[in-house]
Design a protein around this ligand. Structure first.
Ligand code: ADP
Length: 482
């Protein structure tokens, strides 16, 4: 089966969040399973700086119409180490050689509609030019969501794509790629799709909706979230159109890369450990306390938060609870980058706190690895969470999650066994779960049992990749029947 994964980010080449982990890991998984998989991603400035030496310029240039203009796509290729050049990097310096992937802390780049319409068209143009007969075009999130609709409209006559099924995975429905009506011209899709059954959304152009109405199948990143997004509470206005697609929405829990996230070999860690020998975890904790200048003889739990500073991640709840957590005897490490307003909120809390709080405002992989390993508790107060990788990584490192029961968190954490869940999105509810965690923490034997339970869970990519292959086969089969 020939599978194309299309994403705006994928590890190790580019990353702002879980999307990159999931797509990069899935790609690696498919290759390990010996599937004929390829990956399409933009060629960002950061990618060029870090991986430029390993990337080849194919010399192929393709003109891509964007509105009234024509932009050039230069195709670069690469591999994950094997002989086959199965990674296609879409190059355009104007669009992708910027400091960030989507925007700065002040807001999104204003031409994101052009950038990702260009990216989506480029992928299809490459397939056309190189006559790549692809069985499954698997797109991820709004940045690539025009592709399924393009395949049913502008590109429906491309011989190489005649039998291709398209799948869109919604990693987070809170991000839809919403643009003014003028964007319609940029997409080239024409007025016939600008209606409620198409990509129109309250007078605007909605990229994700193009995927929802155009794809042969929709998947999302956990079973619970696949149901939640069909309700007004979680659907961000798209629940109606999703309900219409009913059976064509499937939830598949994300997997993580157990080679990258492995406390017994983690290249970012000085001290290593495993389920049966946790001494290295204590050494990581000591190192984390030292590096953050927190209380080196801390008796209470070391609590960490790692994530984007955004509305979704429950930063208001975190900020509200920090004083109580400190009073209860915990120390806290927060690693996060994102909205200015949340940075300010956390800086204010820090100013008012007597100590015991360390706040790091960078995207910092090495430091995140140390925090996963060296902490006792991983706090995840997300307002909503499609799947969430943080809690799975934390469990792999024997760090017990305290999290809001929502979306994928419900599917991955067992309350009182591998973590502590709170039901209601409120500070008292969070503190109640923290209270249970702290009580267990003070009982060494019970805490060790929880650590063993958490480390013993299997969140590796294998199950996830196998489920996707089954879904691909099902979609191909359904397509043949129609
Ligand atoms: P989301 O995709 O919504 O951002 P996930 O929990 O699915 O959230 O995935 C987040 C990923 O990004 C995890 O791998 C997490 O470790 C990583 N991450 C988030 N913020 C940072 C940061 N500031 N520094 C390093 N890694 C981060």
């Amino acid at each position: 089966m020939r599978i194309a994964l299309v994403s705006s980010e994928a590890v190790p080449f580019s990353k702002t969040g879980g999307l990159a982990d999931v797509v990069g890991t899935l790609f690696k998984g498919f290759l390990a399973m010996r599937h004929d998989a390829m990956l399409f991603i933009p060629f960002y400035k950061r990618t060029a700086e870090q991986f430029g030496a390993a990337v080849r310029d194919s010399g192929i240039e393709i003109d891509i119409p964007i509105g009234n203009a024509v932009r050039t796509c230069r195709v670069f290729t690469g591999s994950l180490g094997g002989p086959t050049q199965n990674i296609y990097f879409i190059g355009n310096e104007d669009y992708f050689f910027r400091d960030e992937l989507y925007g700065t802390s002040a807001g999104d780049y204003p031409d994101n509609d052009q950038r990702f319409a260009f990216f989506s068209k480029s992928v299809l143009e490459i397939c056309k030019k190189l006559d790549m007969a692809i069985d499954v075009m698997h797109c991820h999130d709004w940045q690539t969501a025009l592709i399924p609709l393009y395949m049913k409209t502008l590109y429906s006559d491309v011989p190489a794509l005649k039998k291709t099924v398209s799948i869109i995975t919604i990693h987070n429905i809170g991000y839809q790629g919403l643009f003014p009506p003028q964007t319609l011209e940029i997409t080239g899709l024409g007025a016939s799709v600008f209606n409620p059954e198409g990509i129109e959304f309250y007078g605007k152009v909605n990229f994700l909706k193009a995927g929802i109405v155009g794809a042969d199948l929709i998947t999302t990143v956990s079973k619970t979230y696949s149901e939640e997004i069909r309700t007004p509470e979680f659907g961000f206005g798209l629940d109606g159109i999703l309900r219409k697609r009913g059976a064509s929405i499937i939830g598949v829990v994300n997997g993580i890369d157990y080679e990258e996230w492995d406390p017994s070999t983690d290249a970012f860690l000085t001290h290593h450990y495993n389920k049966s020998n946790l001494r290295g975890k204590q050494a990581c904790r000591k190192e984390l306390l030292e590096k953050t200048s927190l209380n080196s003889s801390l008796r209470g739990p070391l609590v960490c938060f790692i994530g984007r500073l955004s509305y979704q991640k429950g930063l208001d709840l975190l900020a509200e609870c920090i004083p109580d957590l400190l009073t209860a005897g915990a120390n806290i490490v927060v690693i996060g980058r994102g909205d200015d307003s949340y940075q300010t909120m956390l800086h204010d809390v820090k100013k008012r706190s007597p100590g015991g709080l360390f706040f790091h405002t960078k995207f910092d992989e090495p430091f995140a690895h140390l925090a996963y390993a060296g902490s006792d508790i991983f706090l995840m107060p997300s307002r909503y969470e499609p799947c969430g990788l943080g809690q799975m990584i934390a469990m792999r490192y024997g760090t017990i999650p305290v999290a809001h029961r929502t979306g994928g968190i419900s599917d991955t954490i067992e309350d009182n066994k591998t973590g502590f869940l709170f039901e209601e999105y409120s500070a008292p509810s969070l503190m109640e779960a923290v209270g249970r965690a702290m009580k267990t923490f003070s009982d060494k034997k019970a805490w060790l049992k929880m650590i063993q339970n958490a480390i013993g869970k299997d969140f590796s990519w294998k199950k996830n990749a196998q489920e996707y292959i089954a879904i691909y086969n099902y979609t191909i089969h359904q397509n043949r029947l129609n």
